[in-house]
Design a protein around this ligand. Structure first.
Ligand code: HEM
Length: 550
């Protein structure tokens, strides 16, 4: 029989062995994210189901993913990527360096798959990584975009003058315009002149309408060509792609002819620098033309549509916000002074320092008016923390796979944006405007939160055009609002309202708000664009602004 002392000793030894065994035991690595869809279906059916549901209703699909899978989920072929769903996990992705989660190989590949560059250009890693990307990044800095911004503002001023002349000669003193068309066209023309100069169409004799049509056709095909979901053997049979590639050819030949003409009208800048790279590598003017299709597309595919949304939200916002905004704009324009000797006073520093409330409204519009799938190649296994209450405290995304971030979910998160009596889904133009100290807010808290909006994407793939785009939006909106009194013709009681518009809540407004219905299927592509029917329906009454006598 064992005495008590021996028994205690045996227990202590057993405990010590168990402890050592536990310490020495190989740690199990976190599991990979779950796979989308019911277990009993084969993976490709689950993948196809995910693709179908994503295209049908992006928001509903994404919100369902977060409810069912929380941090991340693997979407099988044809999507073949992990989708990251939670805010903290997305932040970790954006913090990761190129060597862990890479983007440059994808950016290079897109030059071929979406913009039509030949393999001799896009597969040339030394040329792309050594010249194209760094030259582009340098060219897109604010200091190198001074002249493009001046040209942009000059075209905006002249289009506003033309509209004002129409208003002045109208017997009623007002005209009704289709704002979605007029605003998009204004941004299109002004930013084209800004970045490419005014003569880009001339060498090939392409009209404004032809260029606009080519852009729309190319842009429609872009998500299919760039998405990498449709296999290449099928791609050239998709009708939108056939039309889009024809438009791509037209754009390439227009840019080619212009480049051969010495880029008439553009003395310097990022577009000229980009065109020089293939020329100096003896790849020819057509290749150079294809390279700058990327700039042309990036310039036009987002900013005009944010411009329309911003105006639609502002014109439905509480009157007090609009009054404060007009006062801010008047002060900014007064400080800038008039155009003198062709010197444009609306410069980057001026626009950045004088329009904080407009800046807040723009950031808020980016929050609710975009959906971006920042994409990465996973170079090394990447661990993501999960949220409280999940079965495991981390998941690992395996190497040699792809992941995308669902920024739309972060933008709709009540945990991040809710509280303060304003729902995350509501548009609040003051959300990022400081001045809440009297309500106990920390100084600068609101403007600091603007960094957490991912309308321009994030991390190593963040939009290189963000400064130019923000300046465009500030310049256009302040000149437009300071010249005219604007009123949206309410579509609310039209029988087609439900079909053409979607509801949106606006902070401080009792009645339901609306915005034009977005194009379905254009998922994760940045700014929402609207259906043609909604664009054609939306109307705006424009009259001269009456300034109150001080
Ligand atoms: C409000 C307007 C704009 C929005 C919402 C926007 C949004 C975006 C987004 C979401 C991305 C991808 C980010 C990611 O994958 O993480 C992107 C990339 C890019 N954008 Fe913009 N953009 C805008 C305006 C512009 C303009 C005006 C230009 C050019 C002047 C431009 C040039 C680019 C370029 C060159 C890239 C690619 C950067 C890269 O591949 O690393 N963008 N933009």
């Amino acid at each position: 029989m064992l005495d008590t002392q021996t028994a205690v000793l045996a227990l202590l030894v057993a405990f010590a062995i168990a402890l050592v065994a536990r310490i020495l035991a190989p740690r199990s690595s976190p599991p990979t994210p779950p796979t989308y869809g019911p277990r009993w279906l084969p993976p490709f059916v689950r993948g196809a189901l995910a693709a179908y549901r994503l295209g049908k209703d992006e928001d509903q699909f994404l919100l369902g993913l977060r409810r069912d899978y929380r941090t991340a989920v693997w979407l099988p072929w044809p999507l073949s990527q992990t989708i990251v769903l939670e805010s903290e996990a997305i932040r970790r992705v954006y913090q990761a360096p190129e060597k862990t989660l890479s983007f440059l190989p994808i950016r290079r590949e897109m030059q071929g798959s979406a913009f039509g560059a030949s393999p001799s250009l896009w597969q040339n890693k030394a040329l792309m990584h050594g010249q194209v990307f760094p030259v582009h990044a340098r060219g897109m800095s604010k200091t190198n975009l001074t002249a493009p911004l001046q040209r942009f503002v000059a075209v905006v001023r002249s289009r506003i003058d033309d509209l004002a002349a129409r208003v002045d000669t109208a017997p009623s003193g007002s005209v009704t315009i289709k704002p979605a068309e007029w605003i998009v066209e204004t941004y299109f023309e002004a930013s084209l002149a800004g970045m490419f100069g005014s003569n880009v169409r001339d060498a090939k004799g392409i009209s404004r309408d032809e260029l606009w049509t080519a852009f729309c056709q190319f842009d429609k095909a872009f998500p299919i060509m760039a998405g990498g979901v449709v296999p290449s053997w099928l791609l050239n049979h998709v009708p939108d792609v056939v039309v889009g590639k024809r438009a791509q050819d037209l754009l390439a030949s227009m840019f080619e002819a212009w480049i051969q003409d010495g880029l008439e009208g553009l003395d310097e800048g990022v577009v000229r620098d980009m065109a020089e790279i293939p020329l100096q590598s003896n790849l020819g003017a057509n290749e150079a033309g294809k390279l700058i299709i990327a700039d042309f597309w990036a310039l036009q595919a987002n900013a005009p549509y944010i411009g329309v949304q911003l105006l639609v939200f502002l014109l439905q916002a509480p009157e007090s916000l609009r009054d404060d905004l007009l006062a801010e704009i008047d002060a900014s324009l007064a400080l800038a002074g008039a155009l003198s000797d062709g010197n444009e006073p609306l410069t980057f520093p001026h626009l950045a320092s004088t329009l904080p409330l407009l800046g807040s409204a723009i950031t808020e519009t980016l929050r609710l008016g975009t959906s971006t799938f920042s994409i990465r190649n996973v170079e090394q296994p990447f661990v993501l923390p999960t949220t409280a209450g999940e079965k495991h405290d981390a998941v690992v995304i395996p190497a040699n796979t792809r992941l995308i971030c669902a920024t739309r979910l972060h933008h709709l998160s009540e945990d991040v944006w809710g509280g303060n009596g304003t729902a995350a889904s509501a548009w609040d133009g003051r959300r990022f405007a400081d001045g809440g100290e009297a309500k106990g807010e920390e100084r600068g808290w609101r403007s600091r939160r603007a960094r957490h909006v991912y309308g321009f994407g994030g991390g190593i793939s963040r939009c290189e055009g963000q400064h130019f785009a923000t300046a465009e939006l500030k310049a256009f909106t302040s000149l437009f609002l300071s010249t005219f009194e604007l009123e949206l013709v309410s579509p609310v009681n039209k029988p087609t309202f439900g079909e053409l518009y979607e509801p949106i809540e606006l902070a401080g407004v009792d009645k339901p708000g609306f915005r034009p219905r977005r194009i379905p299927g254009r998922v994760g592509m940045g700014a929402y664009q609207f259906t043609d029917a909604a664009n054609a329906d939306l109307e705006l009454t424009v009259r001269r602004r009456r300034r109150s006598q001080a």
